[in-house]
Design a protein around this ligand. Structure first.
Ligand SMILES: [Zn+2]
Length: 498
């Protein structure tokens, strides 16, 4: 018997409907074949987990292509089409036994509300109804009925901040093997909950901790094969935005329906507790001025690239510059025009620039004068982890500007700074800084925990949780902008009609 093979690949990006800057091809890390496999093997990533599970089962993995980018505006249609064509051409060869897709979920293009569903439907049309397709998503994915209907099983991260990327890939891959070996006939109990979680939604704290514990217990007891609770990306103005509970069982066993309904009802009942509050920037900077035991690592909640923001809000930079008594600090800012100006001036030059504020809705450009401390056209990043440990990424053109004790990292593309190595890659040692700004809300807390005290700061902007300030139209009604009359209902699904 020839060795079993699976097809793995696709596209992973999280979009923000209201960010006007489309995510272009330059922002993607695109890998295929042995390159993709070599860089993912042993890493805590979805593909790393798929490779791990496949290796243990002596299964070969084919990676036609994998496009990965950080969050941002919708992805250019041409980028999605390029990826889909590569995946579909590979699927047409038919030299594999199952498809396992390591995606994010929650991506948009200017013309597609559900590109992941589009990719999956295209693949399903090629391989037919019987070949297993399993999918792994981020916990913040936007799930659609088309996605549920086109795949055999969908799993999501079980942790937020996310630390179980590899394990999620392993779950998706193992499910494909279990289907192939006829150990598993997935039947889905799925409930949509028309609400958003807004900040108080870590899975290691209540109320989500208890919900996930119930889900884990159900899997451990055999009541369900796999359970995922999706807390959707909050900035998607799409039909059916909301949270989902998915409970897959093996055949039509009793009890799983009521588990999904109960978890969905609990999620809804706790909706007010899932809205968080954060300290103000002034509070944090007052502390930094007085002196803190450990450096402060502050997440700029209002302009998180990790949440799809443009990363060019000057709100925090303005506050740092207004406090000459602050110790050494570093703040990143997306600004291709200023990067070019620094490159033209050269290393060591004194420059006066209008930086940032081109797309951010709350903070205008700021005129600054400083010294060009460093320049580069490409810098390589390897995540310290634990989240995505070992993952390799890169930064495009950048400049480091020194303004007194404030270091401004100017880049021509937005980055979320989830890992300390982003700073090192540009020549700034974060260990020498007392205030470090990241463009993340909570994911940075995992990889910066060893370096200092991590605090998400209540700053204004496109990715703040003040969703009433955003122009939602098609996604409504949802809590907290509306109070829909919610009764949990199982979503009709082909596996339920067997
Ligand atoms: Zn996420």
């Amino acid at each position: 018997m020839s060795k079993r093979r699976i097809l793995a690949g696709g596209i992973a990006q999280e979009s923000h409907s209201f960010n006007p800057v489309l995510t272009n091809r330059v922002r993607f890390n695109i890998q295929s074949g042995l390159d993709a496999i070599a860089s993912a093997r042993g890493t805590n990533s979805l593909l790393g987990g798929i490779l791990d599970a496949a290796g243990q089962a002596d299964v070969e993995v084919l990676v036609p292509t994998l496009f990965r980018a950080q969050s941002g505006g919708p992805v250019e249609d041409a980028v999605f089409t390029e990826m889909r064509d590569i995946m579909c051409n590979a699927a047409k060869r038919g030299d594999f036994d199952a498809i396992v897709l390591p995606l994010h979920g929650g991506m948009l293009t200017p013309t597609l509300e559900d590109p992941e569903g589009e990719l999956m439907a295209s693949l399903r049309a090629i391989v037919g109804p019987d070949l297993p397709i399993t999918v792994a998503f981020d916990l913040h994915a936007h799930v659609t009925c088309r996605i549920l209907e086109t795949c055999d099983l969908l799993v999501g991260y079980l942790t937020n901040p996310h630390g179980d990327q590899g394990n999620t890939g392993r779950r998706a891959c193992q499910a494909a093997f279990d289907i192939l070996d006829r150990r598993l006939r997935p039947v889905l109990s799925a409930v949509h909950v028309p609400m958003l979680t807004l900040g108080h939604d870590r899975t290691d704290e209540e109320p989500l901790m208890g919900l996930h514990a119930r889900a884990r217990a159900a899997v451990a007891s055999g009541l369900a094969y796999d359970v995922s609770i999706f807390n959707a990306q909050q900035f998607l103005d799409v039909h059916g935005l909301g949270n989902w509970v998915l409970a897959y069982g093996n055949g039509k066993d009793a009890g799983r329906d009521s588990l999904a309904l109960e978890l969905a009802q609990s999620l809804w009942d706790q909706r007010c507790a899932l809205i968080g509050t954060y300290p103000s920037l002034d509070e944090c900077l007052d502390r930094a001025e007085r002196g803190t035991e450990r450096p402060l690592i502050l997440g700029d909640q209002g302009d998180r690239v990790a949440g799809g923001g443009p990363g060019d809000s000057t709100y925090v930079l303005g506050a740092l510059l207004a406090r000459p008594g602050l110790p050494a600090s570093v703040v990143p800012l997306t600004d291709p025009v200023s990067v070019a100006a620094c490159h033209a001036a050269g290393k060591g030059a004194q420059v006066t620039l209008d930086v940032g504020g081109r797309f951010s809705t709350v903070a205008p450009p700021i005129t600054v004068s400083g010294k060009v401390l460093g320049l580069g056209t490409e810098a390589h990043v390897t995540y310290d982890g634990p989240a995505d440990a070992g993952y390799k990424s890169k930064i495009g053109a950048f400049a480091v500007l020194e303004i007194g004790k404030v270091h401004v990292l100017l880049t021509d593309q937005p980055y979320s700074y989830l890992d300390p190595d982003y700073f090192r890659a540009m020549g700034v040692n974060p260990a020498e800084m007392r205030v470090i700004i990241t463009r993340s809300g909570y994911h940075f807390t995992l990889n910066f925990a060893a370096m200092g005290e991590c605090i998400t700061v209540d700053t204004p902007g496109m990715t703040s949780y003040r969703v009433d300030e955003l122009p939602f139209t098609v996604a409504r009604p949802f809590f907290p902008l509306d109070e829909p009359n919610f009764v949990p209902v199982l979503v009709d699904h082909p596996s339920r009609r067997d």
